[in-house]
Design a protein around this ligand. Structure first.
Ligand code: ATP
Length: 267
């Protein structure tokens, strides 16, 4: 894991304080405060449009907060982003899948922030790339164009990119959506393993059945943090109802308005 200066060891890997983000008239996040403990997996749970992706994008500096702050290990986030200590797996819809690259190319992008002065991947980088691809069960498809992958395979490629990056904080936007049961179990074990190594994972998910197996903590989001507690507590019907507006938490609820989404290339 990356070594940091004094003070960073005790600081939270991620701390949001009063984070507020608006897209024109739409308030996506409204005074969100959150602190993640190191070496944990935290589930981010909320209905469509509750602000989950906006939260991730704010941490990555892809949207500018209207108010509030993001701190990574107690410091200004820009330096940590540049050092590659935080990895982001975007939702599939945010990626340009016609970009002419193969699985290995995308995963190799995870190493770019860590390349030596020659800026050329070394044998060690290639080993880490191959290892990350193997961990998500994609070795046989390593040379396939990303546009020719299934939805579940696409998710796994971006999880592998985060693994190859050896980031200390991983932000995963719905990595389990649309994957089969075996892949879900593989990815769950993988994320649990990362936390056991001391890495910190924030993962948005709609899969409430898997929440307790996956997470140490969960955050119910509905523009604001409704509850940050153990998964069992978050799963209580009365708590889910506060975020989803239905007793069982499986209702879709009304979206709060559909703004145009930005798209980005895989790198
Ligand atoms: N680029 C944008 N321009 C305008 N509005 C946006 C933009 N991106 C998101 N929004 C709006 O902000 C709100 C929060 O969106 P966000 O994508 O963060 O929600 P989410 O919880 O990730 O949803 P989902 O579960 O559907 O992925 C929604 O009302 C959405 O329509």
């Amino acid at each position: 894991m990356t070594s940091r200066g004094p003070g960073a060891a005790t600081a939270a890997p991620l701390e949001l304080d009063g984070l507020t983000v608006r897209y024109g008239a739409v308030t996506a996040l409204d005074g969100v405060s959150l602190r993640l403990a190191a070496g944990t997996v935290t589930g981010l749970v909320g209905m469509n449009g509750s602000g989950k992706s906006t939260l991730f994008r704010s941490v990555m500096g892809l949207v500018r907060p209207d108010a509030g702050s993001v701190r990574l290990w107690g410091a200004d986030p820009e330096a940590e982003r540049r050092r590659g200590t935080v990895a982001y797996t975007p939702q599939a819809e945010e990626v340009d899948w016609s970009f002419p690259v193969c699985v290995r190319d995308v995963v190799r992008m995870g190493r770019y922030g860590r390349l030596g002065p020659a800026r050329r991947p070394r044998r060690e980088d290639e080993r880490l790339v191959a290892e990350a691809i193997e961990k998500v069960g994609m070795s046989e498809l390593a040379d396939r164009r990303i546009g020719a992958l299934s939805g579940g395979q696409r998710k796994r490629v971006f999880v592998a990119r985060g693994l190859a990056q050896e980031a200390d904080l991983l932000l995963l936007d719905e990595p389990l959506a649309g994957v089969d049961r075996t892949t879900e179990e593989t990815l769950t074990a993988l994320l649990r393993g990362l936390a056991a190594e001391g890495r910190t994972v924030l993962v948005s998910t709609h899969d409430l059945q898997n929440l307790e197996a996956l997470c140490d903590d969960a955050v119910l989001l509905h523009r604001r943090v409704i509850l940050h507690a153990a998964p069992a507590e978050v799963l209580r019907p009365e708590n889910l109802a506060r975020a989803f507006g239905g007793a069982n938490g499986t209702g879709n609820g009304a979206d709060t308005g559909d703004g145009a989404r930005t798209r980005e290339v895989p790198g």
